[in-house]
Design a protein around this ligand. Sequence first.
Ligand code: 5CA
Ligand code: ZN
Length: 409
Amino acid sequence: MRSWPVPQVPSLSAAGLPAPGGRLRLHDTGTGSLRPTEPGETARMYVCGITPYDATHLGHANTYLAFDLVNRVWRDLGHTVHYVQNATDVDDPLLERAQQTGEDWRELADREIELFREDMTALRILPPDQYVGAVEAIPLIVRMVEKLRARGATYEVGGDLYFPVSADPAFGEVSRLSRAEMAPLFAERGGDPDRAGKKDPLDALVWMAQRPGEPGWESPFGTGRPGWHVECSAISVEYLGMGFDVEGGGSDLAFPHHEMGASHAQAATGESPHARAYVHAGMVGLDGEKMSKSRGNLVFVSRLRRGGADPMAIRLALLAHHYRSDWEWTGAGLEAAAARLERWRAAAARPSGPAAAPVAAAVRGHLAEDLDAPAALEAIDRWAAEPGDDTAAPGQVRAIADALLGVLL
Ligand code: 5CA
Ligand code: ZN
């Protein structure tokens, strides 16, 4: 599918600032610890995309922004970034929504994906190099299911194909949850633990035979559609190969989605790991509950934009929270971000200010330590509050805010 336009990312060395050093450390769910990312010349990242039926709420925006920081920090460190994202443009919740409203599911998906592209562009989120829909990926998903089948890692229940979690000895190593913890999450997040005929309640659907009134695609295992986890597993392995640097998403994807995706990929290829780090953003809530389509308590980026909010203020309101924390969106947070943006813009428009090199060092240092954006914002606050006589500094701080934080002043 079409991705979205690439915003300009200024080079900080071209702006006269020193080169960065060090590595980006990120919290890896798979080990439960902060670990340095160690990409080669090209850093490889897969981030799970939206299921396009209620885009783009601030929880989505927060998650894509977190991985946008990863992208920007790696680029600043001199890496080329190969970034892949999917869009789950056929799945149960999308079909259910289309059924409820009487809209064609394809039209619903197309419209929501287009809105998502517009919101991502407005928020200056760097686009993926490959933006891949589940429907267009069906041939490669079928190839992955065939590989699983050839290795004896599928079985049939009533015409549907399941993946036995026993096929991957490393199952459980992404989320590090006990089976007792996995069971309720599996049921809550799209799984079917109680289906009769399954060998293990946690086994995941990889191919679902066509149901009446639902779309289906031909395959060697009958006409049907892919399961959810195998979609991301197949797309990521196809475009990035095994052992890519970061797989990302919100914390609700650690289990079962990233756990199952890793097991599918590992069982299908015989290689491991699927990703070298599994990185998860916190959940954004509203009025005491996680913001989610199913709860209907959504604040949309597009609605804020239409209401006159500056997308850079929305970006700053999100960046004011550490990406791994769970927090609640408030109107006051957006107002504070708009005031901060105004202060920064006024300071960056001065003829001179304090030297920018220490600001670059502080912003880089904070982001390199598990993306501490709130601390990075405070470093720019301090610069903006101080007088100084360095005439190059305002332009350089504009470049820092733009390149590393994606905030255009
Ligand atoms: N299509 C799948 C991934 S393959 C999916 O989870 N789609 S989604 O539209 O439900 O979510 C898209 C991304 O936004 C996921 O990474 C999800 O973890 C994240 N997300 C959803 N709700 C929130 C929230 N309230 N706060 C933060 N992130 C959220
Ligand atoms: Zn996914």
